[in-house]
Ligand binder design. Structure first.
Ligand code: AMP
Ligand code: MG
Length: 337
């Protein structure tokens, strides 16, 4: 029997995301809960961000040394005398997640492997070491998100969600899940406490009136007043499920909610590929469609951003068209695109 496509990449991505998720949890316990560093100056999330990127990049490099990485962070602020204090903390934390310790120099070099410009050709990884930094600081949802893109198509996606309940119906129960997908091979959830993978699928509700939708907690990331109008037009009566990070993609993929609306708040903002690569493949493999607000597929071949897309709409394939119609009616009442 031939091995499944991207089996090695899938396995390495799982290891990398789990190791980085553990680092993030350690930072939270030590720095945020311990109040060693105040939440206000945002330094815990900065330390966790850099450490998680160093861990993932280092693990990827061992198995795929020639693969470029499009990562959110670079080492600029960790360099020189000014960066020393942060650099030392990042080094210590990153090394707790790695088998062979990095030196200061190799730490900076490893983080900077994430500066690739992206594009339409070849293999590249897209990494958000902590997606949902505000959620991380609040002790709510955040995710370590890693995807492999080949010739502009997302092929593998792995997301670690340390604070997500393993069962949405039991919010106070066990937390910590990993979501795994390979194009054409389905969508899976695995809990941090075991290595059993369970297939997941979107809920196939027929009546939009029964649906609920997800959106960002931050009104600066998605237009919440327009989403309320869209929900109203669709007959959705349930309150929006507000959640930070790509946990929204994970939640709808396993049927916790049916629709994810991300409506542009400014015409100039370009969504980043690392904010959507893994989540959008998970939804597609769980039976959904992901597009921009015009119904256009997300195009990961344009560099570090989704430069030719605007916003994101994700929903079960059966209802996606109706959601796009409502989005268009509300956002462009005169029919202007
Ligand atoms: P979320 O947790 O879904 O609100 O998304 C978090 C992500 O929003 C971060 O990783 C940022 O890259 C991204 N972001 C920052 N500013 C904006 C904006 N103006 N519109 C949309 N997304 C943004
Ligand atoms: Mg992000």
């Amino acid at each position: 029997m031939s091995a499944l496509a991207f089996a090695a990449e899938r396995a390495v991505a799982i290891n990398a995301v789990l190791a980085a998720s553990n680092v993030c949890q350690r930072v939270f316990t030590k720095l945020v809960n311990g109040e060693t560093i105040t939440k206000k100056d945002k330094s815990p999330v900065t330390i966790a961000d850099y450490s998680a990127q160093a861990v993932v990049n280092s693990i990827l490099y061992k198995s795929f040394p020639t693969d470029p990485i499009v990562g959110e962070e670079d080492s600029k602020d960790l360099r020189g005398e000014e960066g020393r204090s942060m650099r030392e903390k990042v080094l210590e934390l990153a090394n707790t997640g790695l088998e062979s310790a990095l030196s200061e120099d190799s730490l900076l070099e490893t983080i900077d492997r994430g500066t690739f410009a992206g594009g339409a050709k070849g293999r590249m990884w897209a990494l958000d070491p902590i997606d949902g930094t505000k959620g991380f600081l609040r002790g709510e949802q955040f995710a370590v998100c890693l995807a492999l893109i080949v010739d502009g198509q997302v092929q593998v996606g792995v997301m670690g969600c340390p604070n997500l309940p393993v069962d949405a119906k039991n919010k106070d129960g066990e937390k910590g899940c990993l979501f795994i997908t390979v194009k054409g091979q389905g969508a899976f959830q695995r809990n941090f406490s075991s290595n059993t993978e369970t297939p997941i699928a979107m809920s196939a509700i027929q009546s939009l009136a029964d649906a609920s939708f997800c959106e960002s907690v931050e009104s600066g990331h998605s237009n919440q007043s327009e989403s309320a109008k869209i929900a109203n037009l669709l007959g959705i009566t349930k309150a929006p499920v507000r959640m930070d990070s790509q946990c929204k993609y994970c939640s709808i993929s396993r049927g916790d909610a049916e629709v994810y609306l991300r409506l542009p708040v400014s015409a100039s903002y370009e969504e980043k590929i690392w904010d959507h690569a893994s989540g959008s493949l998970l939804v597609a493999e769980a039976g959904g469609i992901v597009s921009d607000i015009h119904g256009k597929p997300l195009d990961f071949s344009k560099g570090r951003t989704l430069a030719t897309n605007s916003g994101v709409i994700a929903a079960h394939a059966k209802i996606h068209g109706r959601v796009i119609e409502a989005v268009q009616k509300v956002l462009f009442p005169e029919g202007k695109l």
